[in-house]
Ligand binder design. Structure first.
Ligand code: KG4
Ligand code: ZN
Length: 332
């Protein structure tokens, strides 16, 4: 069974074909980095215009690479939130049109569920597991008891971890997206050069990154001669410590011995190393998607859709995108 997935939730136009809920046949991602780079962040209007230009070529390439025609496609899946509303609208309208014209069932997917399940494109972790979803817009921790069974136990109170990477990159005079820039710069810096704050919120598993961002800003103002590599590495170490501690704490307290990472920030080399090291000391397994499946891609949307499709969870043409859309269990 082939599912065509479409994701235009933010600044990547992506289409993929996944077979039987796991095997990637094609996964095309067209990024817009060169458009937004000079602004130090995503310009929503430019993002949606570019999606309009790219959606058909990207879908066509995914179909061609899979050597498939619409007759071969069992369902069309699309991210309908959360994300930038103008960007989401392009993917949702396009998927609805394809579904209507070709009489193929439409499946609505929460983009966060796509990230959370992306590991299933490469591995089959047993349930339950702790899911740390860290992207440009979200930093959430869930307990996952099965497909469609998600309980959120922690979230950021302000900035997402990826947003903090992007803002610090901008403060240091580099472009968007900031994560890969800071990751590379940090390899040449000293992570213990500056002791940036590691925020913790008493009595819960929530995160806060806005204080860290302000601390970096103040530090740069006060000591502008500090090597950028040291600032980057010290900032990254603070984010990595907080993400690692919180995910391992949830797993330990809930008695779950598996942590699954996802979202763009989980491509971070320091985070991948540290969380494995700390968790494995406590006999907790850590599963990491390959870096190209951590960032936005439509294969994860096709994969998540498989489980909705076999449960008869089909959307209709009244489907609309939503910028804000918490991930809740299938039974509400
Ligand atoms: O999951 P994603 O592609 O899109 C969203 O759903 O937001 O995540 C994008 C975020 C950006 O903030 C980007 O800077 C960050 O992921 N990112 C990284 C790395 N690669 C991407 N952050 C840290 N280290 C990386 N290597
Ligand atoms: Zn994403």
């Amino acid at each position: 069974m082939l599912i065509l997935g479409i994701d235009t939730s933010c600044d990547d136009t992506s289409a993929a074909i996944v077979e039987d809920g796991g095997k990637i046949i094609s996964n095309i991602v067209s990024n817009q980095d060169e458009i937004h780079e000079k602004y130090g962040g995503i310009v929503p209007e430019l993002a949606s215009r570019r999606h309009i230009e790219m959606i058909w070529p990207v879908v066509r390439e995914a179909m061609n690479k899979a050597n498939a025609s619409f007759r071969d496609i069992s369902a069309i899946a699309v991210s309908h939130g959360p994300g930038l509303i103008g960007s989401l609208l392009v993917g949702v309208c396009f998927a609805k049109s394809l579904s209507f014209v070709n009489k193929i069932p439409l499946i609505a997917i929460n983009h966060l569920e796509g990230h959370m399940l992306s590991i299933f494109l490469e591995a089959t972790p047993e349930f339950p597991f702790v899911a740390l979803v860290v992207s440009g817009g979200h930093t959430n921790i869930y307990i996952v008891n099965g497909f469609g069974q998600y309980t959120e136990v922690g979230r950021t109170r302000d900035d997402a971890a990826g947003e903090a990477f992007d803002k610090v990159s901008k403060l240091l005079g580099f472009g968007y997206p900031g994560g890969p820039v800071i990751d590379a710069l940090s390899l040449k810096g000293d992570p213990s050069a500056i002791n940036f704050p590691r925020a913790s919120i008493r009595g819960c598993y929530d995160f806060s990154f806005s204080g860290l961002k302000t601390a970096v800003l103040n530090y740069i103002k006060k000591k502008p001669q500090t090597p950028k590599e040291d600032i980057a590495a010290s900032f990254q170490a603070a984010v990595v410590d907080v993400l690692t501690d919180r995910a391992v704490e949830v797993a330990t307290k809930k008695g779950i011995n598996r942590i699954v990472l996802s979202g763009g920030v989980s491509a971070n080399s320091a985070l991948r190393k540290k969380i494995k090291l700390v968790a494995e000391e406590k006999e907790i397994d850590v599963l990491l998607p390959s870096p190209h499946l951590c960032t936005d891609n439509a294969a994860m949307i096709s994969l998540a859709a498989f489980h909705h499709f076999i449960n008869g969870n089909i959307a209709d043409l009244s489907l609309n995108p939503k910028a804000y859309m918490p991930l809740v269990s299938a039974d509400g």
